[in-house]
Design a binder for this molecule. Sequence first.
Ligand SMILES: [Zn+2]
Length: 469
Amino acid sequence: MTRHYVDVGVQQIQTYLVRAQRLKGRRGASSMITKATSPPNVKQYLSGLRATVHDEAGHVDGVVSVLVEDPADVPDVVDRLVGALRAGLPAAFLTASHLVGDNYASAYDRGREGTWEFPAVCAEWVGAQRCDWCNIWPVVARIPSEDGDGRKDSVCLDCHARSEEGRATEVGHKPLAETRLRRELAGAAGRDVPTTFDELARLSPYPDDDNHLATVFADGNAIGGLIAGLRRAAAQDPKQALLLQNAPGLTDGATWTALVAAVRAISGDEPAGHWPVIAHLVGGDDLLATVPAPHAWPFVRTYLREFADGVAPLARDGLRGSASAGVVFHQSKEPLSVVTDLAHDLLKIAKKEHSGLRAAVSWQSITHEGSAAVHERRSVVLDDLAQHADKLTRLAAVPRSQRHVLARMLREKVDLDGQLRRIRVRQESTEPGEDVPHVTLATLAEPFLGDDPAVPLASALALTRWWSA
Ligand SMILES: [Zn+2]
């Protein structure tokens, strides 16, 4: 039977979330999205219309998905939903789609009857004072400053809503990703999640370096292609049809399962305290989260591995689903919008370099390399990271000053061979009982040299800055 669906959602949700640079503004916006798209509220928006909320897609942050009984009602449903979301999310870019198919998965894949865009518009006039929070829209209100020094911030309509929502989160809607993560991690009652970057940075395993964080932006590879394959197979095989129907929920589930596994991988066993993560956006095959910098590599490796396992049931015709990631290392004071934009660019690089066929990571440290993309660095494939993990650990054990010298020699294109053999480094053995007091740098650098190494030495050295296996 042909069904008609309407999706209305926030386009480029991460851009909207970080529009107000402060984390509080981001949390406020997360709560606003949760509230505006919560099923009970959506039911109210639809009152009197022949349309119902469905959950065939799993719940994706910032998207309202409804089943419409009569296609003639689609324009009214779109109007009603866009109007309601606009009221709750003044500056969000909204899109609406009318999808047609036997079920949501097949409709999503091919049955787009119409798509409409609703950019946020705001009267601008020359000379208007710009908002202190987003620096984009004109000021409409003054609110007490976050610093608690008695001063006032001048804010626009959207940031005013964020501020109000931020204040209400203790009793009202909490950001969906945060609430669900807390629930998914349950079992260790008494542990909470941090809500500010400063709180998060203090959860660093190295108390003497507690101001660096890593923001991870990941999304799925080949998921669209796999669903298209399933659709072709579904016509003959009811089992495949069922799998197709479950594919969106399965993908969303894989994202959550992988996130929970990754958080557990970096968390100690203490029964109390905080989980070392802030989840900004989780849903579908997307993840945007921040962890203390020293936890970044175990976090992202676990996440990508578990995600691939989670979507394994969708594999077909030699094609397997996976995810890639962009990782930005930064200080806790760095504006979230800068960090997120760079993470997004890095993610695109990682996907492009491997045609979206292999899990790969592209990364950069704003502190050491600035926020413009480092062009000469290629992304690294997850499997290569796994294969080189021990070698990276050994290289990371070389004193920092010696790694700096080596990195400089590489940049200056000094002939390395002689130098590498001369420099002897003291290393702790990684195997208990085995004592390797001195090795030459040549031994440690060798896996990263050659014609086309999977992890070139310059990348390996940059990796060791925050490496932990
Ligand atoms: Zn603003």
